[in-house]
Design a binder for this molecule. Structure first.
Ligand code: ZN
Length: 600
C-alpha cells in the first residue's frame, strides 16, 4: 500500500529527528547512546521505552512496540500512514509530490477540502457575529452568565448562529448549495434549503490536526433539542471525535492525564477555570475509538460525568472500554445535584482538583455502584455477579488485572476468588445465545494479542542463528559476503529463515537502511528485529570488519563440516549399494576437506 514512492518516504524519514518527535510526547533522558522514557503505548512506572538517535529508531522493552519517527507519529497521534507522512513532511519542509489518485479518489479528496473550507468560513462568520453584532447581545450575555472568559471564546472559536434561515447561505455565497448541504450546515426542506443552526451558541469541532469538521450548537433560549450537532458527513464521524482534544492537546500530554466530561459546556467551564487537560465525547457515549485515540497521550483517564443516574450509567458503560484497551481509568462521582460545569463554578478549580484526587479506581467504582443498586442481600449478590460478567470478560484472560479484579470483588462479596472465577468462566446468557462456532472457525477470530503469543511460541533461534542475525540486521551490507561463506547452511530454523529472506529482500529492493526491515517482518520476528535495532552495537565501528571476518571464517568452517557430514552419508550409501566408482570419488573428495580446513 505505497501511496508515495519509496524515495519520498525515505526523504521524510531522513529529515525527521526521532528524538525531537518522540520528545514532544515522552519526556526523554539520555542514557549512554540511547534515550529513555516512559512508554506512551503502555502504562509503566519505570522507563523501558528506548530511542536510539543514531538509528532513528524506538523500541519499548515492555510492550515490544517499535519503529521509526513515521511509525511513532502514526501510533501516538492516531494517524494513517499518509497523514503521518504529510504531517512530518510539513514539519520538515519537504515537498510531497502528489501521488496519482484515481479520479474517484481525487473527487472525494476535493470534496473534503471544500467541506473543511466551508466549515472554517462558517465558524469565522459565527464567531465574528457573536463578538460584534448587536443581534448577538443575548448570546454574549449567556456566555457571560456561564463565566466563559474572552480568551476561551477565542481559543474555542465560539460563535453565535442567529435566528435566521439563510445566515450561513449568505455568508457562503461563493459555494454551491450542494456543497453546503454536504457539510451539513443547511438542511433541505420543502421550500429549498435553510440553516441548520439557528439561535444557537455554536462551537466548531476540530479534527486532531485542527481541521474544522463540524459544529456543536446549544440552544440559547428554551426549546428542543438542547444540543444539536453536525450529522456524520464525509469529514465528520461522531463516534471518534473528542471535543476539546485539539485545543487541549498540549495540556493533556503534559499532564499525562485527561479528564473526560459529558458535554461541550462542561469542557468550556473547566477550561474557563484554567483546567485544560479535558476532553468530551459527543453525547454521553464513550466509544472504543475514543479510548484508543487518547491512549497515545495519557497514562490515566478520569471520568467526570454528571452525578445523576444517567451519568453513572454512562460511566458504567465506559468501564469495559478502558479495561479492554488497558488504559488506567478512575471515576469521580459528583454529588447528584451537580454536573462538572455547576460544580466547578461553585467550588472553583481547586475544589474540583480536590474532588479529582478522591477519584475511585474502576473496581471500587463498579462495586460501589452495584452495591448501591442491588444491596448485598443473597439475591443482590447474584445480580451483582451477573452485572460483573461483561465487565470481567472485557479484561483479557491472562492479565494480572483480571486476577486483581476478581480478588477485589470476591472479597467484597464474601466469596473465594475461585468461586467467583468459576461464575465468570460459565458462559454468560449472551454468549450462550450465539450460534456455536466450530473451533477451527473460532481460530480465525484471533485478536492481535493472541497472534503475537502464538507466533512467539513458534519463534525459536539457535544461539548461532541469533548471533548471525544480530549482526546482519544491523550491518546488512555484509550479507553477500556471509552468503558466499555459506550462511544458508547455518540458518535453519523457520524464524531465522523468515528474517534472512527479508534481509535479502530489503537489500535487493532498497537501500533504505536497516529500519526498513521493520516494515517487512511481523509478529515475534519483528520484535526480535526491533530489539536488535535498538540495542547498542556489540562492536565498535572499526571492529565491524573484524567481526565480519570472524563470522565468515566460522561459516567457512561450518560449510566444510556440513560437506563432510554430507559426504560421509553419501559414502555410506555408496558402500551399501556397492558402487565402487562413486565410492572412490567420494573418498577422495573427503580427503580434501581437512586440507581446506587447515588453509583457513
Ligand atoms: Zn511500551
Amino acid at each position: 500500500m505505497t501511496f508515495y514512492d519509496e524515495d519520498t518516504v525515505q526523504a521524510v524519514r531522513d529529515a525527521a529527528d526521532i528524538v525531537e518527535i518522540v520528545g514532544e510526547v515522552v519526556s526523554l533522558k539520555k542514557t549512554g547512546v540511547n534515550y529513555k522514557g516512559l512508554c506512551p503505548f503502555h502504562s509503566e512506572k519505570t522507563p523501558s521505552f528506548t530511542v536510539n538517535p543514531a538509528r532513528q529508531y524506538f523500541h519499548c522493552f515492555g510492550c515490544s512496540e517499535g519503529g521509526n519517527a513515521l511509525t511513532f507519529v502514526m501510533k501516538s497521534q492516531n494517524m494513517t500512514f499518509v497523514e503521518a507522512l504529510k504531517y512530518l513532511a510539513g514539519r520538515y519542509n519537504i515537498v510531497l509530490p502528489e501521488r496519482v489518485l484515481s479520479s474517484r479518489e481525487q473527487e472525494k479528496s476535493r470534496k473534503k477540502e471544500i467541506i473543511y473550507e466551508i466549515n472554517r468560513l462558517a465558524a469565522k462568520s459565527f464567531h465574528e457575529f457573536l463578538l460584534n453584532s448587536p443581534k448577538a447581545a443575548s448570546a454574549r450575555q449567556y456566555i457571560e452568565k456561564r463565566a466563559i472568559p474572552a480568551e476561551i471564546v477565542k481559543d474555542f472559536e465560539l460563535g453565535y448562529a442567529p435566528e435566521s434561515w439563510d445566515f450561513v447561505k449568505r455568508a457562503l455565497r461563493d459555494f454551491s448549495e450542494e456543497d453546503i448541504l454536504a457539510a451539513g450546515l443547511v438542511v433541505r426542506g420543502q421550500r429549498g434549503t435553510y440553516d441548520r443552526f439557528r439561535d444557537r451558541i455554536v462551537s466548531p469541532i476540530f479534527s486532531h490536526n485542527g481541521k474544522h469538521i463540524g459544529f456543536s450548537g446549544r440552544i440559547l433560549r428554551e426549546g428542543q433539542p438542547k444540543y444539536l450537532n453536525t450529522q456524520d458527513s464525509l469529514v465528520f464521524n461522531k463516534s471518534n471525535v473528542l471535543l476539546g482534544l485539539y485545543q487541549n492537546k498540549a495540556a493533556i500530554r503534559a499532564a499525562r492525564k485527561c479528564l473526560l466530561v459529558e458535554g461541550n459546556f462542561d469542557l468550556l467551564a473547566l477550561a474557563s477555570q484554567g483546567i485544560r487537560n479535558v476532553a468530551a465525547p459527543m453525547g454521553t457515549a464513550m466509544t472504543a475509538q475514543h479510548v484508543r485515540g487518547l491512549k497515545g497521550y495519557i497514562e490515566e483517564a478520569v471520568l467526570l460525568f454528571d452525578g445523576d443516574q444517567a451519568g453513572l450509567k454512562a460511566a458504567m458503560r465506559a468501564v469495559p472500554l478502558f479495561l479492554s484497551a488497558r488504559l488506567d481509568a478512575k471515576v469521580v462521582v459528583l454529588p447528584p445535584e451537580h454536573d462538572p460545569d455547576t460544580f466547578v463554578r461553585k467550588y472553583g478549580a481547586e475544589g474540583l482538583e480536590k474532588k479529582v484526587r478522591t477519584a475511585a479506581t474502576l473496581p471500587d467504582f463498579v462495586f460501589a455502584h452495584l452495591e448501591n443498586k442491588y444491596s448485598l442481600s443473597l439475591e443482590g449478590k447474584g445480580r451483582i455477579i451477573e452485572d460483573l460478567k461483561p465487565i470481567i470478560s472485557a479484561i483479557s484472560d491472562d492479565s494480572l488485572q483480571r486476577t486483581l479484579f476478581v480478588s477485589h470483588f470476591s472479597q467484597k462479596l464474601g466469596l473465594l476468588p475461585e468461586q467467583l472465577m468459576g461464575q465468570f468462566s460459565k458462559s454468560s446468557p449472551r454468549s450462550r445465545s450465539k450460534p456455536s462456532i466450530p473451533p477451527w472457525e473460532e481460530e480465525t477470530e484471533e485478536t492481535e494479542g493472541n497472534n503475537k503469543a502464538n507466533s512467539s511460541q513458534k519463534f525459536y533461534l539457535s544461539k548461532i542463528e541469533r548471533q548471525l542475525l544480530k549482526f546482519l540486521i544491523v550491518y546488512p551490507e555484509y550479507l553477500k559476503r556471509l552468503l558466499d561463506a555459506g550462511l544458508d547452511k547455518a540458518i535453519k530454523s523457520p524464524s531465522a529463515q523468515i528474517i534472512l529472506t527479508q534481509i535479502q529482500k530489503m537489500n535487493e529492493e532498497n537501500p533504505g537502511g536497516p529500519e526498513r526491515l521493520m516494515d517487512l517482518v511481523q509478529g515475534a520476528e519483528r520484535i526480535f528485529v526491533s530489539e536488535q535495532l535498538i540495542s547498542v552495537p556489540s562492536c565498535k565501528e572499526n571492529d565491524i570488519e573484524e567481526e565480519a571476518l570472524e563470522k565468515i571464517s566460522w561459516l567457512n568452517e561450518n560449510k566444510l563440516r556440513c560437506q563432510m557430514r554430507e559426504l560421509t552419508a553419501q559414502i555410506n550409501e555408496a558402500q551399501s549399494l556397492g558402487d565402487e566408482e562413486l565410492l572412490m570419488t567420494l573418498l577422495s573428495l573427503k580427503n580434501e576437506i581437512p586440507k581446506k580446513m587447515q588453509e583457513k
